[in-house]
Design a protein around this ligand. Structure first.
Ligand code: HEM
Length: 84
């Protein structure tokens, strides 16, 4: 089973120094190692640090992007009770 995070735990990692976690469709992604390579820029990613960025993600990317980077960036999932 993957590591489970509450939304409060994710919110504590809102900067590159603290891990820059973002949530996409219930998955938790640690973006610190990727911010400087992100083709869309570091700034836009930093703005959604600690938050659910599903809406923003699907606005600019397709499923292939998520599949490709999942093995590298996904560190777990949001706990069920935290999604309610
Ligand atoms: C797991 C998280 C993310 C990954 C792996 C990722 C990866 C990428 C990649 C590979 C591209 C190049 C374009 C493409 O191949 O489709 C891109 C572009 C972009 N990304 Fe992300 N991204 C992520 C999250 C985000 C988030 C949360 C935002 C917004 C808050 C964002 C905003 C953008 C923008 C604005 C572009 C440029 C689109 C364009 O030039 O048309 N990305 N991203």
């Amino acid at each position: 089973m993957s590591k489970q995070f509450s939304t409060a735990e994710v919110a504590e990692h809102a900067s590159v120094e603290k891990g820059l976690y973002i949530i996409i469709d219930g998955g938790v992604y640690s973006m610190s190692s990727f911010v400087d390579e992100h083709p869309g820029g570091a700034k836009i990613l930093k703005r959604v640090g600690g938050k659910d960025a599903s809406k923003q993600f699907w606005k600019y990317h397709n499923e292939h992007v998520l599949k490709k980077y999942q093995p590298k960036l996904r560190i777990g999932d949001v706990k069920e009770e935290s999604k309610l």
